[in-house]
Every structure is written in structure tokens, then in C-alpha cells.
Design a binder for this molecule. Sequence first.
Ligand SMILES: C[S@@+](CC[C@H](N)C(=O)[O-])C[C@H]1O[C@@H](n2cnc3c(N)ncnc32)[C@H](O)[C@@H]1O
Length: 422
Amino acid sequence: MKRPVTPPPPGLPTRRAARDLIAASLDERRPLEDALEALPRRLDPRDRAAAHRIAAMVLRRLGSIEEVLSPYLRKEPPPPARHALRIGVAELLLLDTPAHAAVATAVALAPKAFAGLVNAVLRKVATEGPAVLESLDAARLDTPPWLWAAWHAAYGPAVRSIAEAHRGPAPLDLTPAPGATPPGGAEVLPTGSWRMAAGTRVTDLPGFAEGRFWVQDAAAALPALLLAPRAGERIADLCAAPGGKTAQLVAAGATVTAVERDPARAARLRENLARLQLAAEVVQADAAAWTPAEPFDAILLDAPCTATGTIRRHPDVAHAKRPRDVASAAEAQARLLAAAARMLRPGGRLVFATCSLQPEEGEAHLARAAGLGLAHEPFAPGELPGLPEAITPAGCLRTRPDYWAERGGMDGFFAARFRRVA
Ligand SMILES: C[S@@+](CC[C@H](N)C(=O)[O-])C[C@H]1O[C@@H](n2cnc3c(N)ncnc32)[C@H](O)[C@@H]1O
């Protein structure tokens, strides 16, 4: 007699997608955004969003999840079983999924040979896990040790508030087009950005299709603000896609050349500018090797970096990056800074920015500027309405995820202004 086939539990496609996102991030160190793009097209948008939420929670709280699991695992299970366990713990302890559903879907997700183990472990976690989780030093466990050490060296005891700021999802920040009015529910921040609750879908907001605003973290909007673009100036945006800062410069009335090396990202930059009805010359080129026909009045160099300031939005970054990535990003930034200095007219100004919390990708570049014919021109706290704490004693911009904590935080950014003197 045939045994009856048990139907798969509802919600399994979502968990499969979540597992694929986690595997891409942890096993292959691919960006979570790329893995999201690679999910099957047939997946319902709600399932896709739910998978993203689960995967992001696992990546955000990975250290705590591993700590909860460790007493129950005598041997290291293979990655697919480990991911099923991680998803199970996240759902049981952090996402308020009913226990029977969390356990049943994790068991169905696990390779057959590990279904019994996953079932037994998660049943224990369901009863014992909440107290264990409560007792953990989550900020420390959920931060890779090398990042904790680097941030402790750079920011002292604030490393703990930075780590705590990474625990929750980030709000949706928008940069308005000139004259646009904020959508209902928006908080207008002192620096001019609009802030919507985390989880708001930008495409649902009135004015999106008409290009009345674009998505950009409040901190990411500051480098272009601090460049203070003026109407009619010739400005280069050297690492431009997806174009949030290009849009700010064009909206201020500047004549903008946006340089982007990656062809797919250059295409996205063009699409974004078209939606916003803003015109810029888009050049697909390596900014470190490209020479403009004429020097620029001002340059924004938002250089590629390890993006450790964006872990709230991209929790995969914490696991994907290694100390050697900081060194190689800093080298690439130094090459781009030297190239940018050559493209500037005498007396022209340059804002160099990165979304990294690592000083090697920020403050350390100041020492190189003089050799490039650039004089550091400090920002004054008064240049940044409502955020004087983000201007360092040396006159650089340094935002951190724990700034404006009561409002929902902000990305970690560095920026410095230089003037071409030779
Ligand atoms: C931090 S992102 C820029 C974000 C952008 N400024 C914005 O506000 O939307 C860095 C960008 O620089 C591009 N990039 C990296 N190296 C480059 C190079 N050598 N020349 C030009 N673009 C480069 C990357 O493809 C990426 O799109």
C-alpha cells in the first residue's frame, strides 16, 4: 500500500527563497541585492518581500542565532541544514512566526537526512530559546569581531551604539525635487530629506512616477549638499550610479557630467534621470583613467568603498567584507582622488565621500591631499542644519548609524572638501 504523501507546509516557497538569499550571501559572499534579483520571476512579490525580511533578519542577528543553536549541535551540519536551522531560530525568536509553522517549514526546508535533527533542535529552541536570547550580548555577537575592533579603535565606546543601530531595519529616506511637497506621513528632516517608516514601498507613494523625489538615505544626501552646487557651474559626479547625487547636482541647476564605469549601472543611472526628468551627460568610463575635454568647476567623488556604513540597509555587508577589502578599497579611492584632482580647474572644489565607517576609507585620505595639489577646506558645523555633531573637529563630515537614533538613525558616511591650489 502506498503511504499518503504529506503536502508541503504553506509558506515553503518563501523559506526556500530566504534560504537561497542566505546561501548566496554567506556561502558565496554575493550581495543580497543581486541575490534578490536572481530569485525566480514566478515568486509572488509578497513572498519575495517576506523572503527578504527573513534573510535580512538572519544576516542581522547571525551571531546571536549561532549562539542560540550551538548547545544543540554536536557536529557542524552541512550548509543547507544550517540555513534551515537559522531561519527556524529567526522565525521562532525574532519574527513572531507561530512555533508550529516555524518548525514545520524549517523541517520541510532541510535536506531529508537532517529533518529529524532540525525538528528536535527547533522544538528545544522554541521553549528554551527566548531566555537564552535575552541573556546574550547581542550587539557584540552580531558584529564581526574585526569590525567591532576597528570601530572601537575609531569611535571608542560608541561602537556599542553603532552595533545596536544595526539591529533594526532602516526607514525609507527620500530626497525631494525642488518645490516638491512631502507625501502624507513623511517626517521632514532638518537637512531637507523626507523620512518614511521602514517598509514603505516607494513605488506606492504619490509623485514617484512623476519624479518628485528619489530614494537616498539622509546621510547620503549630505555630500552633494556640502558641495553647495550653484546654477551654471560645470560639475563632475565621478562614481555616479544609481544617481542620487547626480540628481541633487542637476536639480541645483549645475551642468553635470556623470561618470560611471559599470555599463549596467550606467544604464540604470540614465533610467533614473529620465524618471526624474533631469538631464546630465552620462559617460561610461573608468574615472581613474578618463580625461575631460575641459576641467570642472567642482567635483563630487562618491568613491566605491566597503560600504560598512550601510549595514542597517545591507546586513550582508557585515559578513561579505574582510579587512583586506578595506585596504584595496582605500587604494582604489586614492587613485580616484588623484584623478579627480587633475580634472579640477585651479580654485575648483572637490568633495570626496565614502559610505564606510573605516577611517582608512575616510580620514586617512586627508594626508594625501597636499601632494595632489589639494588644500583641505574644513566644513563648519553651521553648514549642516540640525546635525552639527556630524562635523568632526578636523572639519570633516562623519555620520554614524547611531546618530539621530530617536528618529531611526542614518547611514555612516565620510566626506571632506578640498580646493585645487596648484
Ligand atoms: C558608492 S556608489 C555611487 C553612488 C552614487 N554616487 C549615488 O549617489 O547614487 C559607487 C559607484 O562607482 C562606480 N565605480 C566604481 N569604480 C569606478 C571607477 N573607477 N570609475 C567610475 N565609476 C566607478 C560603481 O560601479 C558604483 O556605481
